[in-house]
Design a protein. Sequence first.
Length: 436
Amino acid sequence: LKLWQRNTTESVLFHDGRQVISSRLSSAPFLRGERGSNARAEHRSLDDIRRVDCHETGRAFPVHTPEATSGSIPAVVCMCQHKVDRQIFATCDDRNRISMWWWSGTDSSDVEKPALRIMGGLCPRLEPETSVYHMCFLSAEVLPRRIVEKDGRVIVLLTHRRGSKWLSMEVMSVYAARFHLECIQQVQIDSCGSDRKEAEVSFFTTSYSDRILLLGGRGLLQFWQVYETPSGQIELQLIENVASTFRDIKNNVMVSVLSTPPPLLLHGMQDWVMVGSSDGVLYGWKFDNRDDHTIRLDEQVSGRFRGNSHTQGVPIRSLVGTFGGSPDAHHRQLRSQGLSYSLFLNKVSMDERGFYSLGDDGKLLSWSLMDGQGWTRTLEVNILESSPASGPCMACHSSRLVPHIMVVSDTSRKLLKCYNRLTPEDAPEDAAVYAV
């Protein structure tokens, strides 16, 4: 197991607002016996940085090559990943063309080899002034049998028409050669302006169970249930418009979200959702199942996190789930379950009793669910340099291959960094430049 882990790399994909960047994370520098200077020289933690063409060629071009900077690759405005089939992604370009594709990875010895296989396109009939803001997949567990049996997939688009006070959630089933509009649900918003950012939406994704859509932005926080009608249709039903109830949420921007597995000690829970705001406040929301199969927000066990030491007025940009706390965290489960390492990593679940929150000033907090105490802050450390000119930390995610490692994007210097949770006081290393 240790040898396989040491000799394997993990793909890193992220969207910076206009392009998709890929890199390869090597586990060797972070494993025992590989920490010396010779290992560092032989194994870079992050390398093979490329810009990915998700809509035309399916190739990933090294960022220093003319192909990556020529302007021929379409700009990507949003991106999503399937939660179960983790190699399946969808992207939308600035002409509202949606591509669904299978990521196969890059080969540093063959830059001509396609990095992805385009599975099909989705061309909804959108008006010229309509923009696709966000997208998310729904997993098979919440889909009607009629879709699953035909090998269909479902994607939800969040669209907005310029000047409108409404967002639209469009649920579409996608098949090999066609797509079908399942339903449309309108969402009223308050912010209006003159450009694409008139409706400021920070996130649109699903909860851990996939049964709740999470929608947040400026003066916006709503939760919608995904359910199947008796006739086998997909419908969306509002669970709670939280911003209409809580003034502090109405007057701020919800900027980050994370849904982890429901803690076992909280019985009857459907989902647990954390939300970070632009003023440095961290919220937790508990959702329960009712006897009639509807979902309700339990306000008695929801609210602000106590002990939050994020800087007041500084956005909590990222909420980060983890997949273990040590290099060999998965080895015991692998031996007992008898699965291949790659299959296990594709299915391994996030930890239910811990996560991290990262502010724009580089302050990282660790949170643990303690028996009898609830969610408790257990660590505070600064992992990024803060300056007035630096931009927000756009992305942060934990590795599955090396569970104690988090990959962070430093947008002010266009760098990808690796942060080792086992040595929390050490600053992340400057690993790879992704500027195009």
